[in-house]
Design a protein around this ligand. Sequence first.
Ligand SMILES: Cc1cc2nc3c(=O)[nH]c(=O)nc-3n(C[C@H](O)[C@H](O)[C@H](O)COP(=O)(O)OP(=O)(O)OC[C@H]3O[C@@H](n4cnc5c(N)ncnc54)[C@H](O)[C@@H]3O)c2cc1C
Length: 388
Amino acid sequence: MATSPIIIVGGGIGGLTLALELAKRNISCQVFEQASEFSEVGAGLQLSPNAMRRLEALGLGTALSVAGCAPPKIMIGDALNRNSLNEIHLGVTAQERYKAPYLVLARRDLQSILLDALKAYDCVELLCSKKFITYSQNAHQITAEMTDGSHYQGRMLVGADGVWSRVRHMFEPTQKPKQTGFMAWRAMVKTTDAPSLFTSSNVHAWLGPDSHLVHYRVSGGDNINIVAVTKGKALEKTWSDDTPKEALFEEIRPFNDELRQAVMDVPDWTAWPLMVLKPFKNWSKGRAVLLGDAAHAIVPFLAQGAAMAIEDASSLAALIAEKRDDHLTVFEHYKALRFRRCRRVLSKSIYQAQIYHSAGRLAKIRNSGLKILPSSLLLRQYDWLYKY
Ligand SMILES: Cc1cc2nc3c(=O)[nH]c(=O)nc-3n(C[C@H](O)[C@H](O)[C@H](O)COP(=O)(O)OP(=O)(O)OC[C@H]3O[C@@H](n4cnc5c(N)ncnc54)[C@H](O)[C@@H]3O)c2cc1C
């Protein structure tokens, strides 16, 4: 049984990164993805140095730097009047401080790079149109069942199946994603078609009452990714949502006129209700374990959800390689390594949400504080996160 594969449910960023981490260690695995092909939505990702360090160690540094962009700065501005509040130096400053770059890129580019890298390994099998429904396990193996009736045996099963995880539901049915009351609106436009306000090579974060707007270049500079986070709830249990974009224009009514007009000039917005999981420690049962959003869905105010999935994958693969078939020890060490860090990232993300979305007097205090803070300190506050 020592050679039976690791079963990975979910071919998102977490599942594919784990597959590559295992493949590099010559450990066989099968990835089961419910979609008919591996496809990511046209949204962007910020990959901070803690994630980039691990992706570089997987040999993906060059491909990522070609597909992505290395923004010189994060510009923080007041959405009400477009005044600059401060800036965080990235580029060479981040590279030197954290020994890894801060990159922004399209999610589909990251996914293609992971898939391309996986092609080199015979020990990885990628299977699409395979929706996991249940598992059974005994002392020697775990068997995954798919909705098409097929069965697959392995020595461990990793639920990398996202915030609505079916694997988690199998052993922690009471842990359900909760509405955060935030709605994320995403758009991707060609740089040549984008309103000029959005074409900067920096990351921009515009802070407004109960909402904020972020934009940055991706795809080597060819496209602009724009995300607005406002108040709002999901209409139903779904990932993307049909909420009309007029709701976005209404939520950002207090924004500076040019900024609001630029948002309205972007034709296609998709609304995503933001869900979160209350921290829970029970990430495994027997031979099944959780990874990424399935274990710890985080609000994206620190842009760390995918980064945590990448860190999880790296820790879990290293432990599997070290402890081989002792799944109970692997999972105990994995949880001990990952739980507190992910909980801390979640609580800091929630704190960041409160700062970003302050209104009235609190926003004035925030703005005054931001204006007098040395920009080097703004970066250093993330040392605990980026040096990991
Ligand atoms: C608006 C927004 C902006 C964000 N920005 C950033 C950012 O800048 N930086 C960052 O690090 N993170 C960011 N995140 C978070 C990041 O997107 C997630 O944390 C990350 O995608 C989680 O990866 P995952 O692999 O765990 O899950 P997912 O990406 O959700 O992948 C899960 C996969 O499992 C598959 N699946 C689900 N159920 C089954 C099943 N039953 N059987 C088989 N397959 C199944 C799905 O189809 C999917 O492919 C952002 C999130 C949002 C909403």
